[in-house]
Ligand binder design. Sequence first.
Ligand SMILES: *[C@@H]1O[C@H](CO)[C@@H](O)[C@H](O)[C@H]1NC(C)=O
Ligand SMILES: *[C@@H]1O[C@H](CO)[C@@H](O)[C@H](O)[C@H]1NC(C)=O
Ligand SMILES: [Zn+2]
Length: 291
Amino acid sequence: MASILGLSALFVCFPFFSSSPFRHSFTLSSCLQSRADIPSATTWDPPSSMTTGLDQVWARTLQENPNWSDDKNWIMDQLIANNGSINYCVRWNTAAHKSTASDRTKIEAGLQRSLKKWFDTLVGFDGFPLTTLAVKVVGYATKDKSMIEGDTSAIDVYTTVDADGVPECDPRCYRAAHLDGDLSGCPSGAAGRYDISLWLDESLEGQNAGYGYNWGEELAPDYVLDNLDTENIHILQHEMGHGFGLLDFYDWVPEGQTSFVMMAGSAMEVTEFDAWMLRDWWRRLKAVRRW
Ligand SMILES: *[C@@H]1O[C@H](CO)[C@@H](O)[C@H](O)[C@H]1NC(C)=O
Ligand SMILES: *[C@@H]1O[C@H](CO)[C@@H](O)[C@H](O)[C@H]1NC(C)=O
Ligand SMILES: [Zn+2]
């Protein structure tokens, strides 16, 4: 996979990338459009230039994920269950970087900022009931507590690992493992609940690549730490899109579209086409869930 982040000499919009299942690599095309503000929408009324593409995307969604609504842990489910509050656990699986208190503040702000790019496209749309998003990092998991420097009084620090030996926050505090809402087994109580994880993994160090689903986003530690002040942390935005159920577009392009964040490498931020794909999920999930 390529990991060149930069401008090439191409003069056409041509995203190019490589992929294995669930892995998302980013080689940026030369035609990265900055998003004009995404117009808000109150009803399903996408621009005519997008309607065919959106129909194609949904047909493909049903093909790739026929049981799309069986999963009760999409970020949309997390938002509705928690009234707009999303708690993160950070899995600090890197020996090369220590976590400082100031970086932790910025990571929380970056998660809030990035998820809000998606969230804001839903505010006011078709009965979406929320207007406020509140992202909080409640825990860090690490192999060695000394990696988490500074004041840790406001977070839980875990040194437990998953079956693969990767640090993870206590599964007793993980919402998806307790969809009945009973988190009474969580040692730090309801405040220790986490909905999703940001996983910084040393295996991705130096790579513009990531993995994402509704369990969270796995990214390169250096990519995240180097981009804490970046307005659009585009790989994070892309992986968050998968947490809402959105697809990859490695082998096809919806009609008329050239640039959107879920087509890896073709856009640096959530675009209007991304917004309409998300709104499509909202209206369909809303109908099935009776929200
Ligand atoms: C979808 O759900 C049905 C019924 O639960 C199951 O039989 C089928 O294997 C599932 N399909 C996929 C692709 O997971
Ligand atoms: C949901 O969140 C909003 C905004 O933060 C708040 O005003 C409201 O009281 C909350 N509702 C419930 C039921 O917690
Ligand atoms: Zn992807």
